[in-house]
Write a protein that binds this ligand. Structure first.
Ligand code: ATP
Length: 279
């Protein structure tokens, strides 16, 4: 089956320094990382790495960051025929991390806000459309309504939390939230099928708790995106939620236990899943 992910791309510029600078202070940093991000891009890549056919629709800017974002997607098995370049800056964030691992960051959505639902095609073979809250709500709504009319399943990873219209909820088959978002959406639990991720404590879904895998954590950044993308891939490949939830959590456990610089290694991901799931 085929998944369509419509969502955001960001290039995260992460600067390391001894402390977060005070107002008017300039200090020498000790290093910089350029990290591919945006929930749409991350989740699409995760699903594609796990063997599913995935189309990504979204926008990068016409700047050099846009070239980097495009190159990362193009180096994957994703179908990016609906990746457009906007004549302006790419979505990005600028973060400063201190020696204690604390950070401050600014996110600029830029090209992601120019996504035009009318220019997005839902490929006819699409069975699952995966959305997040980093592009305008009206774009998500238009895509979700068309997906529903076409008979596709719609999942919304409602991150970051923001108000959801009843029209949108009526199209969403599964709402995926983390602990913080779950508190924001507490009133909606009667109206939608909700899956809640609980970090190292696992996932709750349909009245059951599915424990996370027990691993030594390198960084939890990006765990949610790997989990959501992997879950979409496994379900789209025919697994039940009961089967897919432990597998998707294994993929997320690999991510959190792998240093950020080593996370593009597909062979390491597959070897971890083989070892954990076939024990
Ligand atoms: N410390 C951990 N150990 C094992 N698995 C983890 C850990 N943290 C997260 N995970 C896995 O990743 C899934 C998603 O994590 P979490 O609930 O933190 O999502 P999130 O808040 O969206 O993450 P992010 O940090 O990417 O925003 C969890 O349900 C779990 O399976």
């Amino acid at each position: 089956m085929t998944i369509l992910v419509v969502g955001a791309l960001h290039l995260d510029v992460v600067v390391r320094a001894a402390h977060i600078p005070a107002l008017d202070e300039t200090l020498a940093g000790s290093g910089v990382d350029y990290v591919f991000g945006g929930k749409g891009g991350n989740q699409a890549l995760a699903a594609a790495r796990l063997g599913e056919t995935v189309h990504f629709a979204g926008r990068a800017g016409s700047d050099a960051f846009g070239d980097v974002l495009r190159a990362r997607l193009a180096a994957s098995p994703l179908n990016i025929s609906q990746l457009q370049r906007d004549p302006g800056p790419s979505g990005m964030s600028s973060a400063i991390v201190n020696d204690a691992g604390e950070y401050g960051a600014v996110i600029v959505s830029a090209a992601n806000l120019a996504i035009d639902a009318d220019q997005i095609e839902i490929p006819p073979e699409t069975s699952l459309v995966l959305l997040q809250n980093e592009i305008p709500h009206e774009v998500n709504l238009a895509i979700a309504q068309r997906a529903q009319a076409a008979g596709a399943t719609v999942w919304l990873n409602a991150a970051p939390a923001r108000a959801l219209s009843d029209d949108m909820l009526a199209c969403v088959d599964l709402l995926i939230v983390n602990r913080v978002e779950a508190a924001f959406y507490a009133d909606l639990t009667q109206k939608a099928d909700v899956l809640t991720t609980l970090g190292g404590e696992g996932v709750t879904y349909d009245g059951s708790t599915y424990p996370a895998w027990d691993v030594a954590v390198a960084s939890t950044h990006g765990a949610g995106d790997m989990f959501v993308g992997a879950l979409a891939a496994f379900v789209s490949q025919g697994a039940s939620m009961n089967e897919a939830l432990p597998r998707a959590q294994a993929a997320a456990a690999w991510l959190v236990s792998t240093p950020v610089a080593k996370r593009d290694d597909d062979h390491a991901l597959y070897a971890f899943l083989d070892a954990q799931l076939n024990r």
